[in-house]
Structure formats: structure tokens, C-alpha cells
Design a protein around this ligand. Structure first.
Ligand SMILES: NC(=O)c1ccc[n+]([C@@H]2O[C@H](COP(=O)([O-])OP(=O)(O)OC[C@H]3O[C@@H](n4cnc5c(N)ncnc54)[C@H](OP(=O)(O)O)[C@@H]3O)[C@@H](O)[C@H]2O)c1
Length: 248
């Protein structure tokens, strides 16, 4: 019997897919997956017998699409949502490359990276506030990155991506303070998975030592353990794949 639900946003992320496969092993968990790209792989997530996996498809991550998804989510909220994973993030795409030099910075790519990596996760949290504050407890895990740490920046480069994750971290700290006033049993985690073998890191893997390039399965397992071991302390944590704190 399902006693709790886990919401995974940006479910087409390779790390998100590994999370889904591991969470599916627990028969008391129902999964709700939100993504722009519900492809055949995702359909395999469905467990037709007991329907423990529901998929909400969005066209994009604009406010209106998020609102529609939240309306659809309301039809599934008869069992409490106790975990929310927000996996969205871009580093490169057909028109964007991380900047090696300040000369490469453009309004267009900076705006797109900021919106995808910093604003989109916060819009989800904004629209999920009734779920977050009315439920007895909830842990919210948002995928950040170590390069978003201002104090850890020794290498430079990647202006937009770094700035977007630093902005995300600041907003998560801010949201944790506000949410703590409304519900003490909410935990927010800004998570750094480490360099993980996904399409996002593919073009940048050649200088990564073999033992430092993680599989999605490994990262998902680490993350699920970290989430269970984290307490409700009314503040945001910035944690890496080992569960170690990163300086903001
Ligand atoms: N892989 C690494 O080495 C690494 C390292 C540090 C941090 N991270 C972070 O981990 C998270 C997951 O990344 P991944 O490695 O699993 O990458 P991935 O497989 O390439 O997944 C990309 C994710 O970004 C979403 N996305 C793509 N375009 C978007 C857009 N324009 N607006 C909003 N969301 C968009 C996708 O959502 P759909 O489901 O809708 O496609 C999906 O959730 C990201 O936040 C990334 O920054 C990854």
C-alpha cells in the first residue's frame, strides 16, 4: 500500500531516472514524474498493476505550464508528498557553451541558463507552497553544483552556470528561512552530485579521473541515503554526494 509520494521534477535527467528505478523498489512509495520529455523509457517506469507511477507532461517550464502541472498534481495528492526532487539544470545545448572567457558572455545564453537553473526550480517551489506547508513533513532536494559555491571558486570560467547555481543557492537559503516560519518540518537541500556520467557532463569528461566520474546509480543511491539521514533543522543545507557540507 502506498503511504507516501515522491515528486520528481525534470524526470528525464539521467540522475532522476536512476532515482526512479531505486525508489520503485519500495512498494510503499508512489512516484509522480514531471518532465517535458515523456519518452518510451519513461513509460517503462509505469507499473500498470498497481499504478504506482504517474507522469505529468509539460510543454516547457514557463509559469503557465507549471500552473497546469500543479492543477494536474492536485488530482494525485490524496497521499502526502514527502519528498520533492527538482533536477532541472543546463550547462550547454545547441546554442549555449559554458564560457571560458568573459568575451564569450552573452545576454541570451546568460538569461537562458539563469532561467533554467535558478528561476525554474524556485517557480516550482513557489507553486508547491501549499503542498510544502500543509503536509506534516517534506524534504525538498534541488540539484545545485559545487561550482555555485562563491567561496570555492578557484578555477574561474563558466560564468553563467556558476552564477545560476550561486543564485539558486541564495534563493534556497532564503526560501528555507521563510518556509521554517510556516512549517518546521520542511528540509531544503542544495545537492551537488559530483561529476556524473550524463549528457550534461559528456563534453567535459575527458580530464576527469575515472574514479571521479560517477554513475547515475551510485549518485542516486548516495542521495537517497543522505536524504533519509538529514534532519528537519529549519535551514537549507548545501551537500555533496558524500553528504559533506559545502561552504556557500
Ligand atoms: N552531471 C553532472 O556531472 C552534474 C554535476 C553537478 C551538478 N549537476 C546538476 O544535476 C542536475 C541534473 O543533471 P543531469 O546531469 O542529470 O543532466 P541531464 O540528464 O542532461 O538532465 C537535464 C535536466 O535539465 C532539465 N532541462 C533541460 N533543459 C531545460 C530547460 N531549458 N529549462 C529547465 N529545465 C531543463 C531536464 O528536464 P526534462 O525532464 O524536462 O528534460 C532535466 O531535468 C542539473 O541541475 C545539473 O546542473 C550535474
Amino acid at each position: 500500500m502506498i503511504t507516501q509520494q515522491v515528486l520528481i521534477i525534470g524526470a528525464n535527467s539521467d540522475i532522476a531516472k536512476a532515482l526512479v528505478l531505486q525508489l520503485r523498489e519500495n512498494k510503499t512509495i508512489g512516484l509522480i514524474l514531471i518532465s517535458r520529455d515523456v519518452n518510451a523509457d519513461d513509460l517503462l517506469y509505469r507499473n500498470k498493476k498497481n499504478n504506482r507511477v504517474n507522469i505529468i507532461s509539460v510543454n516547457d517550464y514557463l509559469s503557465q505550464s507549471i500552473e497546469h502541472a500543479i492543477e494536474e498534481l492536485a488530482t494525485y495528492d490524496h497521499v502526502p508528498i514527502t519528498r520533492i526532487f527538482i533536477c532541472n539544470g543546463i550547462l550547454h545545448n545547441q546554442s549555449i557553451q559554458p564560457e571560458k572567457r568573459i568575451e564569450a558572455l552573452t545576454v541570451e545564453s546568460f538569461s537562458e541558463v539563469m532561467i533554467s537553473n535558478a528561476l525554474t526550480p524556485m517557480l516550482w517551489i513557489q507553486h508547491l507552497m501549499p503542498t510544502i506547508t500543509n503536509n506534516s513533513s517534506c524534504k525538498i532536494i534541488v540539484f545545485s553544483a559545487r561550482v555555485g559555491s562563491i567561496s570555492d571558486n578557484r578555477l574561474g570560467g563558466w560564468y553563467s552556470y556558476r552564477a545560476s547555481k550561486a543564485a539558486l543557492n541564495m534563493m534556497l537559503k532564503t526560501a528555507a528561512i521563510e518556509i521554517a516560519r510556516r512549517n518546521k518540518n520542511v528540509k531544503i537541500i542544495a545537492f551537488h552530485p559530483g561529476t556524473t556520467d550524463t549528457p550534461l557532463s559528456k563534453p567535459f569528461q575527458k580530464n576527469v579521473p575515472e574514479n571521479k566520474l560517477f554513475t547515475c546509480e551510485f549518485v542516486a543511491k548516495q542521495l537517497l541515503t543522505i536524504v533519509e539521514n538529514t534532519s528537519y533543522d529549519q535551514r537549507a543545507s548545501y551537500l555533496d554526494w558524500q553528504g559533506k557540507s559545502i561552504n556557500w
